[in-house]
Ligand binder design. Structure first.
Ligand code: AMP
Ligand code: ZN
Length: 451
């Protein structure tokens, strides 16, 4: 039984999709104003981990991730400047050029990390019309109000505000300082739509004049447009809990009049040398920085598996070295098993691996199980079981030019031959051939060659 920890109910729950067939999953995506760092990628490896484990359990997924290319202020609340604007001034580029440049880097890095990306990746600026309709809806239903600066969500109208992060908003309000903006009903009311000053670079027509969206509205609207009124799983970093996700819950639940997201999953932060990653400490690393020091994206992918997502993970180069070496030895052992002669029943390992990943993604335990299995006498059964586990691990195997899909087909064909199902074996050989690869059999195994 697959169980994940739900941050909203604060307990582990069995995963059961609303419509029984497909898991609808939303992941908060990157703000494309600067190079994504390895902390950000811990969040997307977490998303990848959930997706692959769901698939391993036979679920289909309809997944969405937003790309924030407007409206995210330098503070997660509404203060400061738009991050895209700051980047556009820094780099003397239009915000569109900035967004394209960093989105491309994000996608390239995500590919190098073998991240299983969601089915829909949606820039915030592609749903401006829908955002306006959503904000109009909230106004009409009485959950929002207009000031000279924009449209604000009225948190007094949503008594459950604060439930996710466990804050008592009434207590907070009682002790709150008077907001600098006297037009706001409460200091915690947040902006849905900002009325733009003339010189603001990104602005769109709206019923309230020219303007641009607040940051939080994009996730409610993109979730609504692509997944509808019921979302099974929503992911993000813990930093989003107290502001961004509280606001998203308030908007969506009020718009629909019911709870939209069933399960919230939050990832704890990656620390560096036991502390926060920050520009002033000079300890923000990108994948390119790691590569310069001789570590591949895959080394970092494997590093992710060595800590539980609900705990902070401490990044040091010693720890990355350990991950790199462990990964190397795993790959070598897998190669040895590929040529192994012994027959072995791996069902106990299969069960343990499944129990570990299904226990709220206990990857350290799953990896320990993989390592124990690889210590067995060399056997093709181990190799085959590893390939199965690798649907979750996503490790690139020896023939770097051979995609996992081809490797899996070749393995299936090998099994079909062993089972004397030659018709299936032939069919699979032709399929592999049509995809540009040839399998060559030898006495004790096979080789995959790119045509
Ligand atoms: P941003 O691009 O700033 O919107 O952040 C993208 C994602 O990275 C969010 O889900 C954040 O929670 C996450 N994130 C940022 N810093 C870290 C970190 N040090 N460790 C883990 N996740 C992080
Ligand atoms: Zn979001």
């Amino acid at each position: 039984m697959l169980k994940f920890y739900n941050s909203l109910t604060r307990r582990e729950e069995v995963v059961s999709p609303f419509d029984k067939k497909v898991i609808r999953m939303y992941s908060c995506g990157p703000t494309v104003y600067y190079y994504p760092h390895i902390g950000n990628f811990r969040a997307y490896l977490f998303m990848d981990n959930i997706r692959r484990v769901l698939k391993y359990n036979g679920f289909k997924i309809d997944g969405v991730m937003n790309i924030t290319d407007v409206g995210h202020m330098t503070s997660d609340a509404d203060e400061g400047e738009d991050k895209m604007l700051v980047a556009s001034q820094r780099e003397h580029k239009s915000p569109w050029e900035v967004a394209k440049f960093y989105t491309d880097i994000f996608m390239k890095d995500a590919k190098a990390l073998n991240i299983d990306l969601p089915e829909h990746i949606v820039p915030a600026t592609s749903v401006i019309k829908e955002m306006i309709v959503f904000v109009e809806g909230l106004l009409k239903k009485g959950f929002a109000y207009e000031t000279s600066k924009g449209i604000y969500f009225d948190i007094e109208k949503f008594p459950e505000y604060g439930a996710l992060s466990g804050m008592d908003i009434r207590e907070k309000l009682a002790g709150a300082r008077i907001d600098v903006d006297e037009e706001k009903h409460s200091p915690y009311d947040f902006v849905l739509w900002v009325k733009a000053p003339k010189e603001h670079i990104m602005q769109w027509e709206s019923p309230w004049g020219m303007g641009y969206p607040g940051w939080h509205i994009e996730c409610s609207v993109i979730g609504d447009k692509y997944l509808g009124q019921h979302i099974d799983i929503h992911t993000g970093g813990v930093d989003h809990k107290p502001v961004h996700h509280e606001n998203e819950i308030a908007q969506s639940n009020c718009f629909y009049g019911h709870q939209v997201v069933k399960m919230w999953m939050h990832l704890e932060f990656l620390q560096v040398d036991g502390g926060k990653m920050s520009k002033s400490l000079g300890n923000i690393y990108t994948l390119a920085d790691l590569e310069k020091r001789g570590y591949s994206a895959e080394d970092f992918r494997f590093f992710y598996f060595l800590a539980h997502y609900s705990k902070q993970q401490n990044f040091t180069f010693d720890a990355l070295d350990m991950a790199k070496n462990t990964l190397k030895s795993i790959k070598n052992l897998v190669k040895e098993h590929q040529k192994g002669e012994k027959t072995l029943d791996t069902s106990e390992f299969e069960q343990e691996f499944l129990d570990s990943i299904n226990d709220n993604l206990n990857m350290p335990k799953a990896i320990a199980c993989v390592q124990r299995m690889l210590k067995q006498e060399r056997s093709k059964d181990v190799y085959q079981t590893f390939l199965k586990f690798n649907q979750v691990l996503g490790i690139k195997l020896e023939d770097e030019d051979v995609p996992q899909e081809i490797a899996a087909l070749a393995q299936k064909r090998w099994q079909a031959k062993k089972d004397k199902n030659f018709a299936l074996a032939d069919e699979l050989r032709m399929k592999i051939d049509s995809l540009g690869f040839v399998v060559k059999d030898s006495k004790d195994g096979y080789e995959i060659i790119k045509k």
